[in-house]
Design a protein around this ligand. Structure first.
Ligand code: TPP
Ligand code: MG
Length: 272
C-alpha cells in the first residue's frame, strides 16, 4: 500500500473506533486515537501476517501491551480481515469475544492477553528469544504506552533483550505524554526516553507517530541494527484527530455524548 492509502485506512479505522466506543458507552478513546497510525502501519505494511492463517508458525508477532486500547486493535483486525467488521458492534456486550482487554483465546490475531500494564515487553522478549533459538526469521513487535514504562518489569525485559542480542524485537512507545488523568512528566518522568533505551543497549529511533512514512521506514527490516533490539519512540497525541480530545487527559477513558460524537465524526471525515 502507498502512504496515501495507509492514511485513508487509518482514517477509516479512527471513524470505526469512535463509533464502536460511542455505541458501547465505554473505551479508552484517547489512547486508541494516538495508536491507530502505528497499528495501521504495522498491519497494512510491516507485519508478515495472514488473516486466513492467524496461527501460521512463521508469522510475525504483535503484542498490544497497552491492552486498555483493545478497541483500536479489534478495529484494525477487522479492517485487516482477522475478524468480521460486524463483530465490532458487540464490543463489551455480554458473551462477546471483544472484551475490554484482548484475549488470545477469543480473538484471532491476538497473540497474548494484555491489560495489566508492564507485561507485553517481557512476553515479547520471550517470543523473540524463542525465534532465535529455533532459527526462525519472524519478528516481534510490542506497542506500549509511555505511562506504562513506569512499570519496572519493562526495564528488566529491556536488559534481557540487549543481553540476548534480540535484533528481531521492536518496541514502539506510544509517547503521547499522558497517562490516566495526568501527564507522564509530572507523575514519574521518563525523559530522556530514547537515551535511556540507548544506555540499556538498544538501537533507537524517534519518529512522528502520526507520520506513516516515518513509521514505515523505521519498522522495516532494512532498518534493523544487527544484534540489537530496537526502540521506536513514536511522538503522538492522545485523542489525535478530534480537536476537543487532543492532548486532553480527561479523554483517556471518557465517552463522547451525542453532540460530541457528531462533531468528532465530522472532524474525522473532513480532516485527520
Ligand atoms: C498494572 C496496571 N496498573 C494500572 C492500570 C490501570 N491503567 C489503565 S490505562 C492506565 C494509564 C496508561 O497510560 P499510558 O501507558 O501512557 O497509556 P496511553 O496514554 O497510551 O493510554 C492505567 C494506569 C493497569 N491497566 N495495569
Ligand atoms: Mg500515554
Amino acid at each position: 500500500m502507498e502512504v496515501a492509502e495507509l492514511e485513508a485506512t487509518a482514517r477509516q479505522i479512527r471513524i470505526a473506533d469512535l463509533k464502536t466506543v460511542f455505541a458501547a458507552g465505554a473505551g479508552h478513546i484517547g489512547g486508541e486515537l494516538s495508536a491507530i497510525d502505528i497499528l495501521t502501519t504495522l498491519y497494512f505494511h510491516t507485519l508478515r501476517v495472514d488473516p486466513s492463517e492467524p496461527e501460521l508458525p512463521t508469522r510475525d508477532r504483535f503484542i498490544l501491551s497497552k491492552g486498555h486500547t483493545a478497541c483500536a486493535l479489534y478495529t484494525t483486525l477487522a479492517f485487516r480481515g482477522f475478524i468480521d467488521k460486524t463483530d465490532l458492534s458487540t464490543f463489551l456486550q455480554p458473551h462477546s469475544a471483544l472484551n475490554g482487554h484482548p484475549n488470545r483465546m477469543k480473538v484471532p490475531g491476538v497473540e497474548t492477553n494484555t491489560g495489566a500494564l508492564g507485561h507485553g515487553l517481557p512476553i515479547g522478549v520471550g517470543m523473540a528469544k524463542a525465534a532465535k533459538l529455533s532459527n526462525q526469521d519472524w519478528r516481534v513487535f510490542v506497542l506500549c504506552g509511555d505511562g506504562e514504562l513506569q512499570e519496572g518489569s519493562n526495564w528488566e525485559a529491556a536488559m534481557a533483550a540487549a543481553q540476548f542480542k534480540l535484533d528481531n524485537l521492536v518496541l514502539i512507545v506510544d509517547h503521547n505524554g499522558l497517562q490516566q488523568g495526568a501527564s507522564v512528566a509530572e507523575t514519574n518522568d521518563l525523559a530522556p526516553l530514547a537515551e535511556k533505551f540507548s544506555a540499556f543497549g538498544w538501537a533507537t529511533a524517534t519518529v512522528d507517530g502520526h507520520n506513516i512514512s516515518q513509521l514505515r521506514d523505521e519498522l522495516d527490516s532494512q532498518s534493523v541494527t544487527q544484534n540489537q533490539p530496537k526502540c521506536v519512540v513514536a511522538n503522538t497525541q492522545k485523542g489525535r484527530g478530534i480537536s476537543f480530545m487532543q492532548d486532553r487527559a480527561e479523554w483517556h477513558h471518557k465517552v463522547p455524548n451525542q453532540e460530541q460524537f457528531e462533531q468528532a465524526l465530522q472532524e474525522l471525515q473532513v480532516t485527520t
